[in-house]
Write a protein that binds this ligand. Structure first.
Ligand code: 13P
Length: 250
């Protein structure tokens, strides 16, 4: 049985005290509840240490939203895998469309970051997705195929088995437009077929594939019910404890 995961990407939200409040509420809400999904939260860098302390002794796990691909050095403003590990991160979101489109991250950079994260013992949450134009042009599968093969290029099957994939159609991020459960399932199934072709049936069945893009309490259940959808990467709705908890329980 594949892992079931709900991850929250806070993006550039919450200063230190807001982070403390949000995490404290979340921990209280989930405390003593029988949750059959793994929960990961990815706050901004400045809150990681404090959130890590607040999560200590809970089942909620910590991730970061980005990192650099080098070990260390003269890279002003960047954060290394070792730094993330040292504050308690287990996961790191890589290849998010906002990094690709706003900050110009190429597939090559994302591939380097994925390798570096794995070398350091962090688990990448590797994101991919097509634009609306690409979907309308009927090239979604080509785009996904390219992002998958470039992103995990030169990785061993053992390493590939450690990663989590997140399919996030760009047109559904922050727009309130969700992919229908059928549209999402179709792409998830396609990603699994790529993993089968490139590696093996075992690998394709083992890797959790999350859906992201306007996941809300009112659509989570239908999306999460699909066969190849193993969880969600939630943006906006994870900033509100009630919404996030209701998605976790969906
Ligand atoms: P929204 O849930 O706000 O659409 O964001 C999705 C996302 O980008 C998560 O990484």
């Amino acid at each position: 049985m594949r892992r079931r995961i709900i991850a929250g990407n806070w993006k550039m939200h919450n200063n230190l005290s807001e982070s403390q409040n949000l995490v404290t509420k979340l921990v209280n809400e989930l405390n003593n509840q029988n949750i059959n999904r793994e929960v990961i939260i990815c706050p901004p860098f400045t809150s990681l240490t404090e959130v890590s302390n607040l999560l200590d002794g809970t089942k909620i796990e910590l991730g970061a939203q980005n990192m650099h691909f080098e070990d260390k050095g003269a890279f002003t403003g960047e954060i290394s895998a070792d730094m993330l590990k040292s504050v308690g991160c287990k996961y790191v979101i890589l290849g998010h469309s906002e990094r690709r489109t706003i900050f110009g991250e190429s597939d090559e950079i994302i591939n380097k970051k994925i390798k570096q994260a794995l070398n350091a013992g962090l688990i990448p949450i590797f994101c991919m997705g097509e634009t609306l134009e690409q979907r309308e042009d009927g090239i979604t599968n080509d785009v996904i195929n390219n992002q998958v093969s470039e992103g995990i290029k030169e990785l061993s099957e053992e390493d590939v088995n450690k990663i989590i994939i997140a399919y996030e159609p760009i047109w559904a991020i922050g727009t309130g437009k969700t992919a229908t459960p059928e549209q999402a399932q179709e792409v998830h199934k396609f990603i699994r077929s790529l993993l089968r072709e490139n590696f093996s049936e075992n690998t394709s069945q083992n890797i959790p594939i999350l859906y992201g893009g306007s996941v809300k309490p009112n659509n989570a259940e239908d999306i999460l019910a699909k066969e190849d959808i193993d969880g969600a990467l939630v943006g906006g709705a994870c900033l509100d404890t009630d919404s996030f908890v209701s998605i976790i329980k969906a």
